[in-house]
Ligand binder design. Structure first.
Ligand code: SF4
Ligand code: SF4
Length: 358
């Protein structure tokens, strides 16, 4: 009699990555002796078994059409033993088992428009959020702002001349799904939402919208005899959190949705604890197609950090050492009481500090 078969669980999460790894990475998994970087954009791993792997990292545009992905796969087939992987910042990496294959791989990537770099103390690829391609609430085109900025910073991507690695990100709403970064560019709404009362009753689940507001500024209301919502504009912090569950609470605005720059975010535990970002510039125009005002502020911060930070200081470590007043002096950014800590109660927080008083 045959044994009853157990039903296998249906897994819908991330697949086991080992089935896609380069054979040398599987063979030497967890058995590496050391690694170094022979040049910017190239990692060299040596295992205890004597095997060596060279990894070439290149920048991509992150949101890629199928032709670009095919081109990258063709490069992997012809020059990189048919294996690729993406990093969390959307760099693409090709692994090869001999040093002789590195130079032809680099020249294939560069000649197809994929710059090689992003390793070590460089400005790695800028992480950006989905934007209009996948999301329904953006106030700007994150990938466009990234393209304009990276055109100016490509030299810092190709070289390793920063005090430590620099992670940048761009987010197209204040929900900021781009997350923490050394320098983050984030949409900043400056006016409360404008409510289209004719649509609220049909489109929005009002209790869910009321619950969404972090400062309890929304309450149900009857407007022109119809159920709707109202906003206490004195309380509203213009965060935009009510807009995703209720699109008639329109907050995006070509003039009043601006950009803000935040600095000092870090996720890793290396050398110092993880840190949250703080806002250091606000009200920057949302000015497509090249956002020059955004690039100008980011470059000011980046180059002040490059000139003044000690070796291995991340941007947050540098600010921690020199203090906020000197950060604003060195970057020549104007300080206002709304910066650094942007919460409505920040007046108390900042005046309680020995570093900043106003
Ligand atoms: S940052 Fe905001 S608008 Fe942009 S993709 Fe993320 S959630 Fe959507
Ligand atoms: S923008 Fe934010 S603070 Fe203002 S009403 Fe909407 S959820 Fe509340």
């Amino acid at each position: 009699m045959s044994q009853p078969q157990m039903r296998r669980a249906i897994e819908s999460g991330v697949p086991d990555n080992r089935q896609f790894l380069h054979p040398l990475l599987i063979k030497n998994y967890g058995n590496w002796k050391y690694h170094d970087r022979p040049r910017p954009g190239v990692l060299h791993h040596v295992s205890h078994s004597g095997d060596e792997v060279w990894t070439v990292r290149a920048g991509t545009q992150r949101q890629m059409d199928v032709h670009t992905i095919r081109k990258l796969c063709d490069i992997a087939d012809s020059h990189a033993e048919s294996h690729v992987r993406f990093t969390i910042r959307s760099n693409i990496e090709f692994m090869v088992s001999s040093f002789a294959k590195v130079a032809p791989l680099i020249s294939a990537l560069e000649s197809n428009g994929f710059p090689v770099g992003g390793t070590g103390n460089s400005v790695s690829m800028i992480a950006h959020t989905q934007g209009w391609l996948h999301c329904d609430i953006p106030g700007t085109d994150a990938s466009g702002a990234v393209k304009a900025l990276m055109d100016e910073l490509i030299g810092e991507f190709r070289s390793e001349q920063m005090p430590n690695r620099v992670h940048l990100s761009t987010s197209c709403c204040e929900i900021n799904c781009g997350g923490q970064a050394d320098i983050a560019i984030i949409i900043q709404h400056t006016k409360p939402p404008k409510i289209n009362h004719d649509l609220v009753a049909n489109v929005c689940e009002r209790p869910a919208v009321v619950a969404r507001c972090p400062v309890a500024a929304i309450r149900p209301a009857l407007v022109n005899g119809k159920p709707s919502l109202e906003v206490d504009e004195k309380k509203c912090i213009c965060c935009g959190a009510c807009y995703p569950p209720c699109p008639p609470m329109q907050i995006n605005d070509p003039e009043h949705s601006k950009f803000a720059i935040w600095v000092g975010g870090k996720n890793s535990n290396a050398r110092a604890k993880p840190t949250f970002m703080k806002m250091v510039a606000a009200g920057i125009p949302n000015n497509p197609p090249r956002w020059p005002e955004v690039s100008e502020v980011v470059k000011r911060i980046l180059y002040a950090y490059k000139a003044d930070a000690r070796a291995w200081e991340r941007l947050s470590d540098w600010i921690e050492r020199i203090g906020w007043p000197r950060f604003f002096e060195k970057t020549e950014l104007p300080f206002t009481k709304y910066l650094v800590d942007d919460w409505r109660g920040a007046r108390m927080n900042l005046n309680a500090s020995t570093h900043i008083r106003f």
